[in-house]
Structure formats: structure tokens, C-alpha cells
Design a protein around this ligand. Structure first.
Ligand code: TRP
Length: 363
């Protein structure tokens, strides 16, 4: 059997360009590489509810939003199985069994959960479901016997936790029942965490500093023209700084050499442009206009595909339904294998039945 990918996102908002360079673009490349026999992309609604229990409507709305973003980014439902987590109840059954293999103190050490608890002011009262979501994430990954989990650095502790559960499960119940997964991190440093347009480290809806995949041409332009650059670069002739300069960070993430030939032929590549900026004599408006053209070249095909899918919403639901059905049948097969290994498959266990007959009627 070939290699299997599983990854996913919580549907708590539409996806932005940070998601695109950090994960979506890579997923599409992996999908089109032909190196994977199965690719599962999960919309993690149940996980989203672990800290949004009072806001099911937000989760409900964002399922389609995220599905549209996937399809527009180039996920191909013919190759990749896109599904909704809560439509695969086997995942919750697996989670229950994995809970017996993990200690409370181990969960408390998870750095991503720790910082999320802090961010959400959960210190005084953590919902149990939220606290244990790394265990349910182990179910998400193992249900599909995934070898590879393409994800950001923040997901490292989850995959590490999953690996411990797999090791423990296989040690206790039988070799090779579950597949040992590995994380596949973004290969490009700037893509790991693209800053907001204000230069702040994190793009977030509440900071209003994101460029969304669904943004119009006009919105993108406005946002690019308002981007944070080098606050000390006052006159064009002043030398400028490229480190921490959001326009250059975005160019690092998005620019290809061919865009210079197309949009800014005075320079061969990004290094030349950076050199000129550092030397002085290059204005912010010029680099912003260039970035806007680069972003347009990257985002326009995504926008076009989005337009198509927005006009075909029933088709989007069909894709999610078919994907969820396929995902459920795969997860059910893994669960059956697990229960067999745990010897709790009572009605398929002829040895157990024979043993009981012997015990009660043998003599
Ligand atoms: N935790 C991921 C996020 O916050 C979503 C997710 C749930 C996931 N289960 C997963 C990612 C399994 C990778 C593998 O977006």
C-alpha cells in the first residue's frame, strides 16, 4: 500500500494567505505529486466545538467556507477525500479507547494546548473536551493509518502525542495494528508563520490584519498599500530595512523570479530588489505595487475557482457527503482491526465463544 496523508483545519473562520503558504499550497503540491495513494483532508468541526460549544452556528457556517477555500486553492475531490469530522463517529469511539493510554499529566505538558488555554482564559475552568482534544486528534490520524501529517509547527505536539499513543497501543495490543505517523512541516521558513499586514506576528480576524483567499482584487490592493514596512524609511533616498518589513516577508513567501520579468523587469530577482531597498533610492509604493501584482497572479486563479464553486453549492455538499462516507468506511475498518486486537470483538471471536461453551457445557 502507498503512503497516506491526513490533515485538516478547524472551521472557525475563512482561510487567509497565511494558511495558503503555510499549508494549502503544499497540500495541493503533495496531491498532484502522485506519491500518495490516499489523501484525507478533514474539516475538524468536532474539534472546533471543543472551545466553541456555545457557538455551533459559527462552526456550521464555516464548514462551507473552509470547503470553498480548499476547492479554490486547488484541492481536487477526485484525488483527495474531503470530509467532516463529526460525520465519522468511529473517531469518537477510538478516542475513548485511547484515553486509557494517556495520563492527565502528559496532556498538561502539551505546549500548544498550554498556550491555547492561556489565550482563551481557560486557566480556571478548562472544558474536558478541549483538554483532551490531542487524544481525539490521534484518532483522526490513526483512523486512516496515515503515515504523513502535513501541518504547521503548532501541530508538532499533537503528532508527538499520537506517536506515543500508537507506540503504546501496538505494545499493549499487538504489533502493527496502528501506523506510526510523521509530521511534514512547511519546507520554507517564511511560510511557517506569515505575519499580518500590520507586521504583527499573528494573522487574526480580531486584529483585522489578514488577507483572505476570498478577498476581492480591490480589498487585496487596499490591504497591500496599507502594509507595514520599515518605519525609519521616510524618504525614498533613505536606506531601508528588509528584515521585519512585511512587504518583503510576503515577497519571500510568494515571489517567483518569473514575476520580475513580467512585472518589474529592472530587477532579475528578489535579492536585487532587496539590495536596492537597503542601499536607498527605492520607495515603498513601488515595492507595494509589485507585491500587489504578485499576489494578484497567485490569488486570481484561486478567486476564479471560488466563483465557480460558489455557484455550485449543492455540489460542494455532495463532495463533503461522499468524502465523509468514504472516510467513515475506512475508519470503521481500522476500528474493527483495533477491537480485534483488543479482543473486544465479541461476536466475531469464535475462540471466545468456543471457550465459553467449553466452560459451561464442557463437562
Ligand atoms: N488541530 C488542527 C487545527 O487546529 C486541526 C486538526 C484536527 C488536525 N485533527 C487533525 C490537523 C489531525 C492535522 C491532523 O487546525
Amino acid at each position: 500500500m502507498g503512503k497516506v496523508i491526513l490533515t485538516g483545519d478547524r472551521p472557525t473562520g475563512r482561510l487567509h494567505v497565511g494558511h495558503y503558504v503555510g499549508s494549502l499550497r503544499r497540500r495541493v503540491e503533495l496531491q498532484n505529486s502522485g506519491n500518495y495513494s490516499d489523501i484525507y483532508i478533514m474539516i475538524a468541526d468536532a474539534q472546533a466545538l471543543t472551545d466553541n460549544a456555545e457557538h455551533p452556528e459559527k462552526v456550521r457556517q464555516n464548514i462551507v467556507e473552509v470547503a470553498l477555500d480548499y476547492l479554490s486553492a486547488g484541492m481536487d475531490p477526485e484525488i483527495s477525500t474531503i470530509f467532516i469530522q463529526s460525520m465519522v463517529p468511529e473517531l469518537f469511539e477510538m478516542t475513548a479507547y485511547y484515553m486509557n493510554l494517556v495520563t492527565v499529566s502528559r496532556l498538561q505538558r502539551n505546549p500548544t494546548v498550554k498556550s491555547e488555554i492561556h489565550m482563551r482564559n481557560f486557566e480556571a475552568s478548562i472544558p474536558v473536551g478541549f483538554f483532551t482534544y490531542p487524544i481525539s486528534q490521534a484518532a483522526d490520524i490513526t483512523a486512516f493509518q496515515a503515515n504523513v501529517v502535513p501541518a504547521g509547527e503548532d501541530q508538532m505536539p499533537m503528532v508527538e502525542q499520537t506517536r506515543e499513543i500508537v507506540h503504546k497501543f501496538n505494545t499493549v495490543y499487538g504489533e502493527d495494528v496502528l501506523t506510526m505517523p510523521e509530521i511534514l512541516l512547511p519546507d520554507n521558513d517564511v511560510c511557517r508563520r506569515l505575519p499580518g499586514i500590520d507586521g504583527k506576528a499573528k494573522m487574526s480576524k480580531s486584529l483585522n490584519n489578514c488577507i483572505y483567499l476570498a478577498d476581492s482584487k480591490e480589498d487585496v490592493k487596499k490591504k497591500v498599500m496599507s502594509m507595514f514596512t520599515d518605519p525609519n524609511h521616510l524618504k525614498i533616498t533613505d536606506p531601508g530595512q528588509v528584515e521585519g518589513n512585511t512587504v518583503f516577508t510576503y515577497l519571500d513567501a510568494f515571489c517567483k523570479d518569473e514575476y520580475f520579468a513580467q512585472f518589474l523587469p529592472d530587477y532579475k530577482n528578489l535579492d536585487e530588489l532587496k539590495e536596492h531597498y537597503q542601499r536607498g533610492g527605492l520607495g515603498d509604493v513601488k515595492i507595494k505595487k509589485f507585491l500587489n501584482k504578485v499576489l494578484e497572479a497567485e490569488l486570481e486563479p484561486i478567486r476564479e475557482r471560488r466563483k465557480y464553486w460558489e455557484q455550485n453549492i449543492p455540489k460542494v455538499y455532495e463532495i463533503l457527503k461522499a468524502g465523509s462516507e468514504k472516510a467513515e468506511s475506512v475508519a470503521a475498518a481500522t476500528l474493527a482491526k483495533m477491537k480485534e486486537a483488543m479482543k473486544i470483538n465479541y461476536f466475531e471471536d469464535s475462540a471466545l465463544i468456543a471457550e465459553q461453551i467449553e466452560k459451561y457445557q464442557g463437562k
